[in-house]
Design a protein around this ligand. Structure first.
Ligand SMILES: [Zn+2]
Ligand SMILES: [Zn+2]
Length: 240
Protein backbone atom coordinates (compact mmCIF):
# COMPACT_ATOMS: atom_id res chain seq x y z
CA UNK A 1 0.00 0.00 0.00
CA UNK A 2 2.85 2.33 0.88
CA UNK A 3 4.61 1.97 -2.46
CA UNK A 4 1.48 2.15 -4.62
CA UNK A 5 0.28 5.36 -2.89
CA UNK A 6 3.58 7.22 -3.29
CA UNK A 7 3.25 9.63 -6.25
CA UNK A 8 6.25 10.37 -8.44
CA UNK A 9 5.17 13.97 -8.98
CA UNK A 10 8.16 16.39 -9.03
CA UNK A 11 6.09 19.27 -7.59
CA UNK A 12 4.77 17.03 -4.79
CA UNK A 13 8.24 15.69 -3.97
CA UNK A 14 9.66 19.24 -3.91
CA UNK A 15 6.87 20.42 -1.57
CA UNK A 16 7.53 17.44 0.72
CA UNK A 17 11.25 18.26 0.90
CA UNK A 18 10.36 21.94 1.57
CA UNK A 19 8.05 20.83 4.39
CA UNK A 20 10.75 18.73 6.08
CA UNK A 21 13.35 21.50 5.61
CA UNK A 22 11.03 24.14 7.10
CA UNK A 23 10.18 21.95 10.09
CA UNK A 24 13.88 21.11 10.71
CA UNK A 25 14.85 24.78 10.43
CA UNK A 26 12.14 25.85 12.88
CA UNK A 27 13.32 23.24 15.39
CA UNK A 28 16.96 24.33 14.93
CA UNK A 29 16.15 28.02 15.54
CA UNK A 30 13.88 27.32 18.51
CA UNK A 31 16.47 25.13 20.22
CA UNK A 32 19.77 26.68 19.11
CA UNK A 33 18.92 30.38 18.87
CA UNK A 34 16.06 30.90 21.29
CA UNK A 35 15.76 28.34 24.09
CA UNK A 36 19.43 27.50 24.78
CA UNK A 37 20.80 31.09 24.72
CA UNK A 38 17.86 32.70 26.49
CA UNK A 39 16.61 30.06 28.96
CA UNK A 40 19.82 28.05 29.47
CA UNK A 41 19.57 28.08 33.30
CA UNK A 42 15.82 27.88 33.53
CA UNK A 43 13.21 25.12 33.68
CA UNK A 44 11.53 26.86 30.69
CA UNK A 45 14.28 25.59 28.35
CA UNK A 46 13.53 21.82 28.67
CA UNK A 47 9.80 22.52 29.10
CA UNK A 48 9.41 24.51 25.86
CA UNK A 49 11.81 22.13 24.07
CA UNK A 50 9.70 19.09 25.00
CA UNK A 51 6.37 20.76 24.10
CA UNK A 52 7.66 22.13 20.76
CA UNK A 53 9.30 18.83 19.78
CA UNK A 54 6.13 16.98 20.71
CA UNK A 55 4.22 19.27 18.34
CA UNK A 56 6.86 18.71 15.63
CA UNK A 57 6.56 14.94 16.15
CA UNK A 58 2.77 15.15 15.73
CA UNK A 59 3.15 17.31 12.58
CA UNK A 60 5.54 14.78 11.02
CA UNK A 61 3.52 11.74 12.14
CA UNK A 62 0.25 13.14 10.69
CA UNK A 63 2.08 14.25 7.54
CA UNK A 64 3.50 10.75 7.04
CA UNK A 65 0.07 9.18 7.57
CA UNK A 66 -1.50 11.60 5.04
CA UNK A 67 1.32 10.92 2.54
CA UNK A 68 1.29 7.13 2.81
CA UNK A 69 -2.42 6.47 3.35
CA UNK A 70 -4.71 5.36 0.57
CA UNK A 71 -6.97 8.40 -0.05
CA UNK A 72 -9.71 6.09 -1.35
CA UNK A 73 -8.48 4.90 -4.73
CA UNK A 74 -11.24 3.21 -6.75
CA UNK A 75 -9.90 -0.25 -7.65
CA UNK A 76 -9.48 -1.14 -11.31
CA UNK A 77 -11.42 -4.14 -12.64
CA UNK A 78 -9.53 -7.40 -13.10
CA UNK A 79 -10.84 -7.67 -16.65
CA UNK A 80 -11.60 -4.85 -19.09
CA UNK A 81 -15.23 -3.69 -19.06
CA UNK A 82 -16.98 -3.28 -22.39
CA UNK A 83 -18.33 0.28 -22.60
CA UNK A 84 -18.99 0.18 -26.35
CA UNK A 85 -22.78 0.54 -25.95
CA UNK A 86 -22.34 3.54 -23.64
CA UNK A 87 -19.99 5.19 -26.13
CA UNK A 88 -22.24 4.49 -29.08
CA UNK A 89 -25.14 6.10 -27.21
CA UNK A 90 -27.42 3.03 -27.25
CA UNK A 91 -29.32 2.79 -23.99
CA UNK A 92 -28.58 -0.05 -21.67
CA UNK A 93 -30.29 -0.62 -18.38
CA UNK A 94 -27.51 -0.38 -15.84
CA UNK A 95 -27.94 -2.60 -12.81
CA UNK A 96 -25.88 -0.20 -10.73
CA UNK A 97 -27.29 2.84 -8.93
CA UNK A 98 -27.91 5.86 -11.16
CA UNK A 99 -25.24 8.02 -9.57
CA UNK A 100 -22.47 5.55 -10.33
CA UNK A 101 -20.54 6.97 -13.26
CA UNK A 102 -17.99 5.72 -15.76
CA UNK A 103 -14.43 7.07 -15.80
CA UNK A 104 -13.12 7.10 -19.35
CA UNK A 105 -9.53 7.35 -18.19
CA UNK A 106 -9.64 4.49 -15.69
CA UNK A 107 -12.18 2.63 -17.86
CA UNK A 108 -14.18 1.50 -14.87
CA UNK A 109 -17.30 2.29 -12.88
CA UNK A 110 -16.81 4.65 -9.98
CA UNK A 111 -19.06 5.20 -6.95
CA UNK A 112 -20.95 8.46 -6.31
CA UNK A 113 -18.74 11.43 -5.38
CA UNK A 114 -15.60 9.80 -6.77
CA UNK A 115 -13.50 11.96 -9.10
CA UNK A 116 -10.53 11.35 -11.34
CA UNK A 117 -7.22 12.90 -10.27
CA UNK A 118 -4.94 13.75 -13.18
CA UNK A 119 -1.80 13.59 -11.02
CA UNK A 120 -2.62 10.30 -9.27
CA UNK A 121 -4.13 9.05 -12.57
CA UNK A 122 -6.85 7.24 -10.64
CA UNK A 123 -10.37 7.90 -9.39
CA UNK A 124 -10.52 8.86 -5.72
CA UNK A 125 -13.58 8.37 -3.51
CA UNK A 126 -14.97 11.70 -2.19
CA UNK A 127 -11.97 13.50 -3.63
CA UNK A 128 -11.37 16.85 -1.95
CA UNK A 129 -8.29 18.02 -3.84
CA UNK A 130 -4.79 16.91 -4.78
CA UNK A 131 -2.37 18.41 -2.26
CA UNK A 132 1.29 18.78 -3.34
CA UNK A 133 2.33 19.32 0.32
CA UNK A 134 1.42 15.71 1.10
CA UNK A 135 2.14 14.54 -2.48
CA UNK A 136 -1.21 12.75 -2.39
CA UNK A 137 -4.90 13.27 -2.91
CA UNK A 138 -7.07 14.28 0.02
CA UNK A 139 -9.98 11.88 -0.12
CA UNK A 140 -12.41 9.85 1.93
CA UNK A 141 -9.77 7.70 3.63
CA UNK A 142 -7.00 10.18 4.53
CA UNK A 143 -8.83 13.47 5.12
CA UNK A 144 -8.66 13.02 8.91
CA UNK A 145 -4.84 12.74 8.79
CA UNK A 146 -4.67 15.80 6.54
CA UNK A 147 -6.82 17.84 8.96
CA UNK A 148 -4.71 16.65 11.92
CA UNK A 149 -1.59 17.70 9.98
CA UNK A 150 -3.07 21.17 9.41
CA UNK A 151 -4.11 21.48 13.06
CA UNK A 152 -0.69 20.56 14.49
CA UNK A 153 1.14 22.72 11.90
CA UNK A 154 -1.05 25.69 12.85
CA UNK A 155 -0.49 25.02 16.54
CA UNK A 156 3.30 24.66 16.08
CA UNK A 157 3.39 27.91 14.05
CA UNK A 158 1.49 29.74 16.78
CA UNK A 159 3.80 28.29 19.43
CA UNK A 160 6.90 29.36 17.47
CA UNK A 161 5.50 32.90 16.99
CA UNK A 162 4.74 33.07 20.73
CA UNK A 163 8.25 31.91 21.68
CA UNK A 164 9.96 34.39 19.34
CA UNK A 165 7.88 37.35 20.53
CA UNK A 166 8.01 36.50 24.27
CA UNK A 167 11.78 35.83 24.36
CA UNK A 168 12.42 38.96 22.33
CA UNK A 169 10.46 41.10 24.77
CA UNK A 170 12.08 39.31 27.72
CA UNK A 171 15.59 39.94 26.35
CA UNK A 172 14.86 43.61 25.77
CA UNK A 173 13.76 44.14 29.38
CA UNK A 174 16.25 41.82 31.13
CA UNK A 175 20.00 42.39 31.32
CA UNK A 176 22.13 39.29 30.95
CA UNK A 177 25.13 40.09 33.15
CA UNK A 178 27.02 36.85 32.49
CA UNK A 179 27.91 37.89 28.94
CA UNK A 180 30.28 40.58 27.80
CA UNK A 181 28.88 43.25 25.50
CA UNK A 182 30.88 41.96 22.52
CA UNK A 183 29.58 38.37 22.77
CA UNK A 184 26.10 39.57 23.53
CA UNK A 185 26.06 41.78 20.38
CA UNK A 186 27.37 38.94 18.21
CA UNK A 187 24.72 36.52 19.50
CA UNK A 188 22.02 39.12 19.13
CA UNK A 189 22.85 39.65 15.46
CA UNK A 190 22.78 35.92 14.68
CA UNK A 191 19.63 35.42 16.75
CA UNK A 192 17.97 38.42 15.12
CA UNK A 193 18.40 37.06 11.57
CA UNK A 194 17.17 33.57 12.48
CA UNK A 195 14.27 34.91 14.50
CA UNK A 196 13.06 37.16 11.68
CA UNK A 197 13.24 34.26 9.19
CA UNK A 198 11.44 31.95 11.63
CA UNK A 199 8.80 34.58 12.33
CA UNK A 200 8.11 35.05 8.60
CA UNK A 201 8.03 31.27 8.07
CA UNK A 202 5.70 30.68 11.03
CA UNK A 203 3.32 33.51 10.02
CA UNK A 204 3.16 32.30 6.38
CA UNK A 205 2.67 28.62 7.29
CA UNK A 206 0.27 29.53 10.09
CA UNK A 207 -1.92 31.67 7.81
CA UNK A 208 -1.83 29.13 4.99
CA UNK A 209 -2.82 26.14 7.13
CA UNK A 210 -5.50 28.21 8.93
CA UNK A 211 -7.18 29.03 5.59
CA UNK A 212 -6.98 25.40 4.38
CA UNK A 213 -8.16 24.14 7.81
CA UNK A 214 -11.16 26.51 7.64
CA UNK A 215 -12.00 25.26 4.11
CA UNK A 216 -11.78 21.66 5.30
CA UNK A 217 -14.12 22.32 8.24
CA UNK A 218 -16.62 24.12 5.95
CA UNK A 219 -16.39 21.19 3.51
CA UNK A 220 -17.20 18.72 6.33
CA UNK A 221 -20.03 20.82 7.82
CA UNK A 222 -21.69 21.40 4.44
CA UNK A 223 -20.82 17.85 3.29
CA UNK A 224 -19.63 19.26 -0.02
CA UNK A 225 -16.11 18.92 -1.38
CA UNK A 226 -14.51 21.88 -3.27
CA UNK A 227 -15.08 19.98 -6.55
CA UNK A 228 -18.79 19.60 -5.73
CA UNK A 229 -18.99 23.26 -4.64
CA UNK A 230 -17.57 24.32 -8.01
CA UNK A 231 -19.99 22.05 -9.86
CA UNK A 232 -23.06 23.29 -8.02
CA UNK A 233 -21.94 26.90 -8.58
CA UNK A 234 -21.53 26.23 -12.30
CA UNK A 235 -24.95 24.55 -12.38
CA UNK A 236 -26.56 27.55 -10.63
CA UNK A 237 -24.86 29.98 -13.04
CA UNK A 238 -26.03 27.88 -15.99
CA UNK A 239 -29.65 27.76 -14.75
CA UNK A 240 -29.82 31.56 -14.40
ZN1 LIG B 1 -10.53 7.70 -13.17
ZN1 LIG C 1 -4.30 13.03 -6.68
Amino acid sequence: MLACCFRRDPCGLLCMVLTYMSVSYADYVILGHILLPVYSNSIWCPLHAVVFNLLIFMVLACHLRAVCSDPGVVPLPDTAIDFSDLRSGTSRKDDRENDWTVCNRCETYRPPRAHHCRICQRCIRRMDHHCPWINNCVGEMNQKYFIQFLFYTGFASLYAIGLVVVTWLWQVTEKNESMTEEVNLHLTNAQLAHRIILLIEAVLFGLFVSIVFYDQIVSIITDETPIEQKRSKLLKDYQR
